[in-house]
Design a protein around this ligand. Structure first.
Ligand SMILES: Cc1cc2nc3c(=O)[nH]c(=O)nc-3n(C[C@H](O)[C@H](O)[C@H](O)COP(=O)(O)OP(=O)(O)OC[C@H]3O[C@@H](n4cnc5c(N)ncnc54)[C@H](O)[C@@H]3O)c2cc1C
Length: 358
């Protein structure tokens, strides 16, 4: 049998899990990644040894079975997110922050021990180096007589089967197809929400976790902002508060965001905040390989998991994957794993079909 030639576009969680699954079945797929690093929407900063600060995906729950299964396969543990018994709450700008009791949480959330990028590193370690090509921005995909041709800004690749893991909106806005994709597909994909694409993740690092005191808390909920929610993010290597900022603040500079966030934290914790060690934020709507503006407003998770993403394209040789296409928990890491495993199975079935096997 000829060696199957499977190409995966995108080295985020979906692309890497598909390559891992295929490798376990004896098929070495090639991955093309636009950024210079793998990981996609998983981005862990390492300000000190053993410190991990998540600027992308962070939390999982017991319902995320696909992800939990993958973590088991990779021997990676999870740690419960510390919430504490109290939270700071800012109801409105004219009243000061209040320390309120949190109800017991029957559904804890967890973080990946050592940082979310442990998953990415573990998957990369299981691939051979020649499988991953970074700095390869895919620009065009065409169907040929016996397969698919993929053009990047610097090279051309030919494959029997191609799997795209791009968020559907990114796929149809940034890649030219020949023949064109069906109109209905284009219309749905272009209005498919890329989960967390508008979010701004913010982290402030400290030498001491002063919020882990009985009459304090690292949990913040605010209607005032700019930070709307924040949580303790301490790890073995350091202490931090990490949360989300109102997405409208993508319009101001990072320096202005920093000033406003520190101002808010001073309202809550007082002058201790001036002892901060570092500030980071990522406005994901500024990331050209994650976010493209929509022509019409979309609601969170719009068209995520739409059945059209499971329909065969280019005679079954072009397969759609990526978290937003998942049947289970689309948008989340769990969905990324679910879609990856389906895509690996479909790619192998397409190869078997091409070789006339059943
Ligand atoms: C701020 C933030 C917080 C989040 N928090 C959570 C959370 O707490 N829990 C959770 O479960 N999920 C969370 N998510 C969602 C989670 O990150 C995603 O579900 C998951 O990482 C998606 O993986 P993916 O491989 O499907 O897509 P991506 O990670 O988006 O991977 C797609 C890859 O394709 C590449 N690419 C794009 N265009 C091209 C091109 N033209 N050519 C080649 N490559 C290209 C990209 O660079 C990227 O590496 C969060 C996301 C963000 C942004």
């Amino acid at each position: 049998m000829p060696k199957p030639n499977i190409l995966i576009i995108g080295a985020g969680l979906s692309g890497l899990v598909t390559a891992f699954d295929l490798a376990q079945k004896g098929v070495q797929a090639v991955i093309l990644e636009a950024r210079s690093e793998p990981g996609g929407r998983i981005r862990t900063l390492r300000p000190a040894p053993n410190a991990s600060i998540e600027m992308g995906a962070t939390w999982l729950g017991n319902q995320h079975r696909n992800l939990i299964q993958l973590l088991r396969e990779l021997n990676i543990n999870i740690t419960e997110q510390h919430m504490g018994r109290k939270a700071f709450y800012e109801p409105m700008s004219v009243s000061p922050p209040q320390l309120v009791d949190l109800p017991p949480n029957p559904e804890p959330s967890y973080r990946i021990s050592g940082g979310t990028d442990q998953v990415i590193k573990a998957l990369i370690n299981r691939l051979s180096p020649e499988q991953l090509h970074v700095d390869q921005v895919v620009k065009a995909i065409s169907q040929t007589n016996d397969g698919i041709q993929v053009e990047t800004t610097s090279a051309t690749f030919n494959a029997d089967v191609v799997i795209s893991t791009l968020p559907p909106k990114m796929l149809v806005d940034s890649i030219a197809f020949s023949p064109a994709l069906p109109d209905e597909f284009l219309s749905i994909a272009s209005q498919t929400h890329t989960w967390m694409g508008e979010s701004i993740k913010v982290a402030v690092r400290f030498d001491e976790p002063f919020w882990l005191q009985p009459e304090s808390s690292g949990t913040i909920f605010s209607n005032v902002g700019p930070v709307t929610e924040m949580y303790d993010h301490s790890s073995d290597g350091g202490y931090a508060l990490v949360g989300f900022m109102n997405s409208a603040y993508h319009a101001v500079s990072q320096e202005e965001r920093k000033t406003l966030v520190l101002q808010q934290l001073r309202r809550i914790y007082g002058p201790k905040v001036d002892e901060y060690r570092g500030y980071d934020d990522v406005a994901w709507s500024k990331e050209p390989f994650t976010y493209r503006a929509y022509r019409q407003p979309v609601i969170p998770h719009q068209h995520n998991g739409h059945p059209i993403f499971q329909q065969p394209l280019f005679g079954g040789k072009f397969i759609l994957s990526g978290s937003e296409t998942a049947r289970m928990h689309p948008g989340y890491m769990d969905g990324a794993v679910d879609s990856a495993r389906r895509a690996a199975d479909e790619a192998l079935a397409a190869i078997r079909g091409k070789n006339g096997e059943h």
